[in-house]
Design a protein around this ligand. Structure first.
Ligand SMILES: [Zn+2]
Length: 263
């Protein structure tokens, strides 16, 4: 076991990456949600925070992936998860990474072909801000796919300031994104036939459509989860120094939400 902080090196943190198990020593103030900080796998605090949250959800303690008990009984899916942790998870439990644009496909807003109540966990990091409105479908369908007692482990960017989520395109119906004067513009025909044009688009990195559809608020996100039926919603604010999970801010943190054992 590692000591939490090596007191002789103030400001330096020794941690074990919970994704590749490498021991790292880094300045604490270099740890950031989106900055690679594992010298071997380049995991970020967000990626390690997701695995920390998953481990707490499944095993009530924080384990590196290679110490997850081997079990084909535990079933989970990811949504365009980072390959490095997706591959490591698939070696320990029955886990399948899914994609919006390629096989194995999953559109979480439309799960009509999927068996419900089959999953012990769903991992989804920074995806739900991109799904088509209403985003409530993504939460409801996640709930349906989980077994009773199963866990949604998720993150999205969210604000602490707003009461409600802010939908950027609330009337999206038949839309496309086109280039116009070297800028990407969204043109939408609403369900009543009105044409709208938006040019202040925010794209996030990644494959395919990564247009930001909304900015969640913490309160709006919790409401989405509760409305879908989730209980025991736990925002993972506490650090896990042992695994290099330390948040210098209190927004956009991973969270765990549970489906009741009663289903
Ligand atoms: Zn690593």
């Amino acid at each position: 076991m590692l000591s939490e902080l090596n007191k002789s090196d103030i400001g330096l943190l020794t941690f074990q990456c919970n994704i590749c198990s490498t021991i790292n020593r880094v300045p604490v103030n270099s740890l950031n949600r989106e900055t690679p900080s594992c010298s071997k796998c380049a995991s970020t605090v967000r990626m390690r925070g997701m695995i920390h949250a998953l481990s707490v959800a499944l095993y009530q303690k924080s384990l590196p992936i290679n110490e997850f008990p081997l079990s084909s009984e535990i079933r989970g899916i990811g949504m365009s998860d980072w390959d490095t942790y997706a591959n490591a998870l698939a070696n320990r439990v029955s886990y399948v990474n899914t994609y919006y644009h390629k096989e194995p496909k999953l559109d979480i807003t439309d799960i009509k072909d999927r068996d419900e109540s089959t999953l012990d966990f769903i991992l989804t990091t920074d995806v739900f801000e991109h799904v088509l409105a209403p985003c409530s479908r993504a939460f409801e369908n996640s709930y349906k796919l989980l077994k009773p007692g199963g866990h949604l482990v998720m993150s999205v960017p969210y604000s602490l300031e707003n009461e409600d989520n802010q939908e950027h395109f609330s009337d999206l119906h038949d839309f496309k994104i086109v280039e116009k004067n070297n800028r990407r513009v969204l043109i939408n025909e609403t369900s009543t036939g009105n044409i709208q044009e938006y040019d202040n688009l925010i794209f996030h990195g990644g494959e395919g459509d990564t247009l930001e559809m909304r900015l969640f608020s913490e309160a709006g996100l919790i409401k989405n989860l509760k409305d879908a039926g989730f209980i025991d919603i736990q925002i993972m604010k506490e650090p896990c120094f042992e695994h290099g999970v330390y948040w210098r801010h209190s927004w956009s943190l991973p969270l765990i939400a549970r489906k009741s054992k009663l289903g």
